[in-house]
Design a protein around this ligand. Structure first.
Ligand code: AMP
Length: 388
């Protein structure tokens, strides 16, 4: 079975064709600058291609590049599934339901759905499966997903914590169990997805029981440009001080805050901020301290929520590639018996390795694991389509 996994953004469409018996990527690529201009893309890989006008044109271009390779099903990343708890076949009815839920992810969901609609239009006979970022967290206990406000707000308006990065937390926790030689449903795992967006997840016996992102991906850890947790009352004060409307203030917390805002060197890339700190830039140093402090606080809390932890996983751009962040976090986790092996840790640098980085006498296994959300989406798609 060949599954084409699609991740549609507002002006990009990334795809991977995966053969499921070997789990090998047959071809992958991206279509960029969708709908932006008709100036040819001069990058040597794009052969002076004119950017496509819309997502349907982008899909056609991707199919041309795939050169007639067989596609048995499409698997789409859709960020917010609202009340959907598992991967779902895209029909007119389910697409409409997801559309109705899009208010909590207005930047992502509508463009994710453009990809679904484009595939249905261009290849109507091939099934489309929507795999939601939120689905892995949908079995969280009520006590973890409810906010401390009247439950009417949840029951009537859906205001609750949903969590994101589900396919990544799911994938790396499966991998951690495999590397530990134990079934995941017998383990307590904490997974730290530290990319430009960052979230942490407590996985008890294979189920997400807590995660740091909430109603939207703004809650929780300090991120590349997002503030993460902040006193809701600060939003009013900030808006007043910066003369911004409520929407502009939220935008500021999403796009101009986090490491970017704190370090103030015009970059949200942790490599630049770590380098700034090393050269003695005080704000860069302080930004890294805040980032690490928040991580340690959450890991401690999640170990408490699960009454223990067997494995801690670092993944995504920073988590997978930065020995510094792993060392700085784990050195504060002596109280749960976690210990890093400096030499193993230093080898997992800038190269997306999957490896154990904990010391032999560590009571908790620590891993750097390359995430693979596309493969997880393909596996979920194959499972659902295989059932039909
Ligand atoms: P992602 O969202 O998973 O693609 O991660 C992107 C982020 O990972 C970048 O913005 C960088 O901050 C970070 N990153 C990538 N490589 C490294 C590295 N070698 N060391 C530290 N951070 C890295």
């Amino acid at each position: 079975m060949n599954i084409l996994v699609l991740n549609s953004g507002s002006s990009t469409l990334k795809y991977q064709l995966i053969e499921m018996s070997t789990k090998k990527v047959i071809q992958k690529g991206g279509v960029y600058r969708i709908g932006e201009s008709d100036v040819p893309i001069t990058d040597e890989n794009y052969n002076n291609e004119i950017p496509p006008k819309n997502h349907s044109e982008a899909i056609k271009l991707a199919f041309e590049r795939l050169g007639g390779l067989r596609i048995d099903a499409f698997g789409h990343r859709v960020v917010h599934g609202g009340s959907f708890c598992s991967p779902t076949l895209a029909t007119d009815k389910t697409i409409k339901q997801v559309e109705d839920n899009s208010c909590f992810a207005p930047i992502h969901n509508p463009v994710n759905l453009l990809g679904v609609l484009a595939c249905k239009k261009v290849m109507p006979k091939i099934p489309n499966v929507m795999v939601f970022d939120t689905a892995f967290h949908s079995k969280m206990p009520e006590a973890a997903y409810l906010y401390g406000i009247s439950f009417e707000n949840y029951r009537k308006h859906g205001i609750r914590r949903y969590g994101f990065h589900g396919p990544s937390h799911d994938f790396v926790s499966q991998k951690a169990a495999e590397l530990s030689g134990k079934p995941r449903d017998k383990m307590k795992i904490i997974s730290l997805h530290l990319g430009n967006g960052c979230s942490i997840c407590a996985i008890d016996q294979g189920k997400s029981v807590e995660t740091s992102m909430g109603l939207t991906p703004l809650e929780g850890l300090v991120m590349g440009t997002r503030s993460g947790d902040i006193d809701p009352a600060a939003i009013g004060f900030l808006g007043k001080a910066l003369k911004k409307t409520h929407e502009q203030t939220i935008d500021y917390l999403n796009k101009e805050s986090g490491l970017y805002g704190m370090a103030n060197i015009g970059s949200n890339d942790t490599r630049d901020i770590f380098a700034g700190a090393e050269k003695g830039n005080k704000d860069c140093g302080l930004a890294v301290d805040v980032f690490v402090h928040r991580l340690v606080k959450y890991v401690g809390a999640y170990a408490a929520v699960m009454n223990g932890v067997d494995a801690i996983v670092f993944t995504a751009g920073t988590g997978n590639n930065s020995p510094l962040i792993r060392r700085r976090v784990v050195e504060k986790l002596g109280f749960i018996g976690a210990k890093i092996d400096e030499s193993l840790n230093n080898k997992a640098y800038n190269n997306f390795m999957t490896t154990e980085v904990s010391a032999k006498d560590s009571k908790v296994k620590v891993f750097a694991i390359e995430t693979n959300e596309e493969l997880l989406i393909a596996m979920e798609t194959a499972k659902l389509v295989g059932k039909k």
